[in-house]
Design a protein. Structure first.
Length: 113
């Protein structure tokens, strides 16, 4: 099941596997931005849990956790110019951060039901 937009979170069934990609924002057709790190939820000690980042840095894989949990993504780019990018699941835009000064951080709240 795909994530669905809400007022401030995305929701899905607990246990669902999701892939979120980094994409250029229109009118750009490409981006140099990649995922430097991604954390989703917390472990038993309260520390952030790393999400799985693809080798090319262009996608994040996660399993939806029960309740409200934050996906925190750090993006980096060698591009000296600001880049508006999108974090997407298929055609759904989950966030649209601006990579400025070579980096950006974006958070998506995901509710597992």
């Amino acid at each position: 099941m795909a994530l669905t937009p809400g007022s401030f979170f995305e929701s899905d069934l607990t246990g669902a596997s999701e892939v979120i990609t980094v994409a250029p924002a229109s009118p750009a057709t490409s981006t140099l931005a990649t995922v430097a790190s991604a954390f989703y939820g917390i472990d038993a000690s309260g520390a952030p849990k790393p999400a799985t980042v693809a080798v090319d840095g262009k996608s994040i894989s996660l399993t939806v956790l029960n309740g409200f949990n934050s996906l925190v993504v750090t993006l980096v780019s060698p591009n000296p110019n600001d880049e508006l990018v999108q974090l997407r699941q298929a055609s759904t835009v989950l966030a649209a951060p601006t990579v400025s000064g070579h980096s950006a951080v974006s958070t998506v709240i995901i509710q597992g039901k």
